[in-house]
Design a binder for this molecule. Structure first.
Ligand code: SF4
Length: 476
């Protein structure tokens, strides 16, 4: 059971440069989304969200059927579908394939699923060279960090930090102009693309009725990663499935707008098997590695399986007041923000990081912006219930239970409740009617004290609601 990483979080909160970087970057993404949705072209956005939710619900409810269909069509196209129960099985398959084909260099485009299974580290441990080719991913690979955000992995890095990083790791002169930094990365990556043996991509969607892997991106690196090397591997979670090619239109319309405020991302690639006779480019071998890694466990829970509808747009992160303060690296897994707070406990069990479902103010912004209408706040509450039950099973949470029992007792005894209400100001007021900054010593433990270490409580009202109510009734 991992405790809340309070010290690490406090470090983030007190780093004003980092706070500004997170706030400005997420703010920019929010503003772009707002503008995109205000356009007449997005007048039907709510209808698209409904459609996207319906399609995802239908697919997840019938996942077995669509997975079979995907495999049949992918095989007919000349590709091979590989089932991986976990990270080790996925990495083992790729390692063996690399060995059989004397492969050494791997170019990779952005993929949260491969981050989830630590694929780079696993392959590098076996002396393979893995090069991230998305600019943000390239930056964090050089920095040996993990993504800070689902869509913008290097969101927390300023151009000055990137300049220092490039100088240190690439030996180039310090360059702070972003366009020039891009050109430096481009020149480095071009030679890698041309000499890579294997290309690994993720997948934004898997289309069952055509067996196609769909990738959306803005830089063109995924297209190069999937067409230049002789072996192509797409690694994806099975929840990326959609039934038909025609369903894709709905998702493309909501994904770009929710993620970066674009009506459509710059490149949409359809990969459907190896190069065919007469084609001038494309891989000789094509594989789709479908990763479970805990997804079937999520699927088994009727109420929470909607978490699998996620299309990784990042909008819930940008709009989350908690993510915007604590950033991406204080979450325990690669998935951060509200989506991380609901899927990490489901993948790993609620007792691993029991504080995670509480990393939310329950303001509801995440649910309101989610393009596939995942009821994130509702799932957070259900997970909190699971945490409480798990703590009880393990004999913990006694203090909390006692507090709630006392509260319930008071609520059932109005006279006592009133007396307690009258006593409270004397107990916790600082006497001057000013904001309360801490509680008396005996109460100086647990979450309330932690809460007060960050913010102040308004002083209790001079007259309680009950007193005001009685006075009002006397007057009328
Ligand atoms: S939960 Fe919804 S808003 Fe958040 S990343 Fe997934 S699709 Fe986007």
């Amino acid at each position: 059971m991992n405790p809340l990483p309070a010290e690490k979080i406090n470090k983030t909160l007190s780093n004003s440069g980092l706070q500004l970087a997170i706030y400005e970057s997420t703010g920019r993404l929010m503003e772009k989304r707002r503008k995109a949705l205000a356009s007449p072209l997005a007048a039907d956005f709510e209808t698209w969200r409904e459609q996207a939710n319906r399609i995802k619900r239908h697919t997840i409810e019938n996942l077995d059927h669509y997975l079979e269909q995907l495999e049949q069509n992918l095989t007919r196209n000349g590709g091979k579908l590989v089932w991986a129960r976990d990270a080790t099985e996925a990495a083992d398959f790729i390692l063996n394939l690399a060995k059989e084909n004397n492969a050494f260099r791997i170019v990779k485009s952005k993929s949260m699923t491969t981050e989830e299974i630590d694929l780079n580290e696993r392959l590098e441990n076996h002396q393979l060279e893995v090069v991230e080719t998305d600019l943000g991913e390239y930056i964090i690979q050089l920095a040996r960090e993990r993504p800070y955000h689902i869509v913008a992995p290097a969101l927390h890095k300023t151009r000055y930090e990137v300049a220092d990083l490039f100088t240190e790791k690439l030996g180039v002169e310090r360059e702070v102009v972003i366009e020039k930094q891009t050109m430096i990365a481009r020149a480095r990556l071009r030679e890698k693309f041309l000499s890579a043996d294997i290309g690994i991509t993720g997948a934004n969607f898997l289309i069952a009725d055509s067996g196609a892997v769909v990738i959306v991106e803005n830089e063109g690196n995924a297209r190069l990663s999937s067409s230049a090397p002789r072996i192509q591997i797409a690694v994806a979670g099975m929840e990326k499935l959609i039934p038909r090619a025609q369903d894709l239109a709905t998702f493309l319309k909501v994904l770009g707008r929710s993620a970066t405020g674009q009506p459509l991302t710059v490149y949409t690639s359809f990969l459907s098997g190896p190069r065919r006779a007469g084609e001038i480019d494309g891989p000789e071998q094509f594989y789709l590695v479908l990763v479970d890694n805990g997804r079937t466990r999520v699927l088994a829970d009727r109420d929470k399986r909607q978490s699998l509808y996620c299309i990784r747009c990042g909008a819930c992160l940008n709009h989350c007041p908690v993510y915007r303060k604590i950033g991406g690296h204080n979450y325990p897994w690669v998935y951060s923000g509200p989506i991380g707070a609901i899927i990490s406990p489901q993948f790993h069990g609620v007792t691993e990081d029991p504080w995670l479902p509480y990393a939310s103010s329950l303001c509801g912004a995440c649910g309101e912006v989610c393009p596939v209408k995942i009821e994130i706040p509702k799932i957070l509450l259900a997970l909190r219930e699971d945490v409480t039950k798990a703590k009880k099973r393990e004999g913990g949470g006694g203090l909390e239970r006692l507090a709630f029992r006392a509260w319930a007792f008071l609520m059932r005894h109005p006279k006592l409740f009133e007396i307690a209400g009258m006593a409270a100001p004397a107990l916790i007021s600082d006497g001057g009617g000013r904001w309360i900054r801490s509680l008396p010593r005996p109460l100086h433990v647990g979450p309330i004290a932690r809460w007060l270490s960050q913010r102040d409580l308004p002083p209790p009202a001079e007259r309680s609601f009950r007193q005001l109510w009685r006075a009002r009734r006397r007057r009328s």
